[in-house]
Structure formats: structure tokens, C-alpha cells
Design a protein around this ligand. Structure first.
Ligand code: PBG
Length: 325
């Protein structure tokens, strides 16, 4: 017998062999495309720190949604950016607020061909950039913010959102939103909970994208990157409160969390490849330091391999266009 007896390389010899034994595949339906819509724009406006991404007009977001559907993308996650902000973030639940208008436009455009998801938060709408109502000390008031999120959820469902995604990391937010949706007759609108959301530097480009001027910190509500077990607590609480799906965010630096969460719950798991993950790869590729397409596909494959069924990624439409269906 020749040595070595075990030759794992036999199965790597051709693309066909590698394809036959691949354990993880990307499919367009696994990908969710975030879209930004800015009130009062005449032309789409490029987001400098996220090359390739724009703040859409109401018109251009419909076209982007249609293109995502043609590519077979599984979902669209909408973020509205109002013309003016205030201290309470009232535009977030105004029936004529930009997110509601865009949800209605996009839902009319795509019908049931993809899942239209509204992000529930106040940070795009508040002048201080915080995710909720502030108390006298300038910290986010948990329970006052729950009441606001409940209003936002109902406004988004009424506008036509197929799903809502609370991202503020307030205790009890999933339960408060579930109750409000049910009371308003929207018992069929699922909740995708940003369940394990870390206080990450990698949200930096997003804050530019939504023109948020945050002063202060999110560390009193978003999780400490040092913690893993805490995510299991957060996720189990959200499932208990009625979350239909749970999400881990960011994705690439938190693959251990994705894996543990996927093993711990029986609801679908999503992971959010955030703005800083996108910007880092785009910037390195623009300098010729990474091969862009390989880096993108590797990053997405790793997130799926770790256990995420769905990946929220700014590359969703672009990559979906190139994947076999
Ligand atoms: C809150 C929200 C944020 C992101 C998604 N929803 C910002 C935050 O929590 O500070 C970040 C997404 C990204 O960085 O791509 N509205």
C-alpha cells in the first residue's frame, strides 16, 4: 500500500469534485438587501464610505427593489432617512413618514415576490441619534421607548411591511411589538428580532448613510463584544417573547455567536454583515489588496457555514445576480 493512505486532496482535484462535496452553498433566496431611502431627494445620492450604495429617492428605491426581485433576493430591509429629525423621533411612526411611504411603494412594486422588511428603531429620526426616548440623564428610557416601537411597528405593518425587525436592543421590545401588532390585527406579520446585537465600531459607515450624529454611547443597551453566553440569553428571551426569526449582528466577527445561536434555537437564524464589514472589503479591494469577488463570496459562505440561514448584506442583489438559482 502506498503512503499516505488517506488522501483528502482526491476530492479537491477538479471544480466538479469540489462542487459535489461542497457543504455550504449560497442561494439568492438566502440574501437580504438593505436599502436606504432619503426623504426629499431628487437624485440618488452616493454614500461615500459605502462605495456602490446610495441613499435612494422614492422612485429609485422601487427600481432597486424590482432589480433585487429579478435577481431572486429573499428579502429587502428598508431604512428611511427623514428630511428633519426631532427629539422624540416622531417621523418613525407618522403614516406619512419616509419609511412608511417607501414600504408602501416597495410593497406595491414587488407584491409577494420577496419579503419587505421594516427596521424598527428611532435613531434615523432623532436629532440626538439615539435609538429611543432619553431620560433626564441622557440614557435611553427602556419602557418609554417600547411604547414608541409599538407605534412604529403598527405604522409599518399598516404601510404594507411583510415583516418587522426591531433593532434597538430594548428589553421586552419583541413582546411589546408582538402585542401591539396583534391588537391592531396584524397577527400574521412576523418579527425578525435583532436578538444578539453588539456595540460595534463596524456600524460607523451606516451612521453616515442615515445621517445620524450620535453623541454618546450605545454600550448601555447593545452588547459587549466580550460576551458570548449573554447572546444565548438575549436570543432565548426574544424567542419566548414571540420572535419568529432571530438575528446576530455583526456577522463576520461573531461567527462563534452565530454557531451557538443556530444550535440553541429552532427558529430561523439570520446574520447581518454590517456596513463596516462591507466598507472594509470594498476599501481593501479598491487598493488592490484583496480580490474583491473572492473576498465577498468567502465572507458570505463563512456566515452561512457558521449556521445563518439568511444573510443581510449590502452585496445581496449584486451577488444574487451571479448565483445559480
Ligand atoms: C439601527 C440600526 C443600525 C444598523 C442597523 N440598524 C445602527 C446602529 O444600531 O447603530 C447598522 C447596520 C450597519 O452597520 O450596516 N437603526
Amino acid at each position: 500500500m502506498s503512503y499516505p493512505a488517506e488522501r483528502p486532496r482526491r476530492l479537491r482535484r477538479t471544480a466538479a469534485l469540489r462542487g459535489l462535496v461542497a457543504e455550504t452553498r449560497l442561494h439568492p433566496a438566502d440574501l437580504i438587501q438593505p436599502l436606504f431611502v432619503r426623504e426629499g431627494l431628487d437624485e440618488p445620492r452616493p454614500i461615500a464610505c459605502m462605495p456602490g450604495q446610495v441613499q435612494h429617492t422614492r422612485e429609485s428605491v422601487r427600481k432597486a427593489a424590482a432589480a433585487a426581485v429579478r435577481a431572486g433576493v429573499g428579502g429587502l430591509l428598508l431604512f428611511g432617512i427623514p428630511e428633519t429629525k426631532d427629539s422624540d423621533g416622531r417621523g418613525a411612526w407618522d403614516g406619512q413618514g419616509i419609511t412608511q411611504l417607501a414600504l408602501a411603494d416597495v410593497a406595491a412594486e414587488v407584491g409577494d415576490a420577496t419579503v419587505v422588511i421594516g427596521d424598527i428603531n428611532l435613531d434615523e429620526y432623532t436629532e440626538h441619534g439615539h435609538v429611543g426616548v432619553l431620560d433626564e440623564r441622557g440614557d435611553v428610557d427602556n419602557d418609554a421607548t417600547l411604547a414608541a416601537y409599538a407605534r412604529v411597528a403598527v405604522a409599518q405593518a399598516r404601510a404594507g411591511a411583510h415583516m418587522v425587525a426591531p433593532s434597538g436592543m430594548m428589553d421586552g421590545q419583541v413582546g411589546a411589538i408582538r402585542r401591539a401588532l396583534d391588537a391592531a390585527g396584524h397577527h400574521n406579520v412576523p418579527i425578525m428580532a435583532y436578538a444578539a446585537k453588539y456595540d460595534s465600531a463596524f456600524y460607523g459607515p451606516f451612521r453616515d448613510a442615515v445621517e445620524s450624529r450620535l453623541t454618546g454611547t450605545r454600550s448601555t443597551h447593545q452588547q459587549d463584544p466580550a460576551n458570548l453566553r449573554e447572546s444565548l440569553r438575549e436570543v432565548l428571551l426574544d424567542v419566548d417573547e414571540g420572535a419568529d426569526m432571530v438575528m446576530v449582528k455583526p456577522a463576520g466577527l461573531y461567527l462563534d455567536v452565530v454557531r451557538r445561536v443556530a444550535d440553541a434555537v429552532h427558529v430561523p437564524v439570520a446574520a447581518y454583515q454590517v456596513s463596516g464589514e462591507y466598507a472594509a472589503i470594498e476599501a481593501a479591494a479598491a487598493n488592490g489588496w484583496l480580490t474583491r469577488d473572492r473576498a465577498i463570496l468567502e465572507s458570505l459562505t463563512a456566515i452561512r457555514r457558521a449556521g445563518a440561514g439568511s444573510v443581510i448584506t449590502y452585496w445581496a442583489t449584486e451577488i444574487a445576480e451571479r448565483l445559480p438559482r
